[in-house]
Design a protein around this ligand. Sequence first.
Ligand SMILES: [Zn+2]
Length: 162
Amino acid sequence: MPSINLPAAGHAGPVVPGGHAYQPFANAGFVRLVQDAFAIITPRITGHAPCNAAFRALPNGRTFAALWVDPAIWINFDPRNVSGDFGATSGNDITITAFSLGMGKWTVAATLVHEMAHVNGAPGNTHAAEGTLRSCLLADHENPAIIGTRLDPVLRIRTAAA
Ligand SMILES: [Zn+2]
């Protein structure tokens, strides 16, 4: 699985002047939310063929399952809490914002899948990364549906999976 950047990990995330922060998670509640998002993704999404096909079509050509077992991909924390700003990616480093975490584990899961698409080469100026959510059982978390909205994600993910 991707590695969660905890203080003990000693992982130095990228420094992006004027951009997103890539910090260790110091808040145990936020760590638990990321782990809860992992618990959504690992059993439901990594084995979902349309999701793996969508990821294989991205520039780096790795399946979602292949990315999800890669511990060289790091999940970092960004304390920014700006509505609509969920996360960012730099190389193999993903960062999840406090805003995203405040929306709950389903939004964190959707953000992780979106950012994984960027790790896999999805450009930052197209809908390619966000578009993977439709193939990865997270269709109802695709922007703009998640902005300012708390959906009933259990019901909707079942609908999407049907
Ligand atoms: Zn993006």
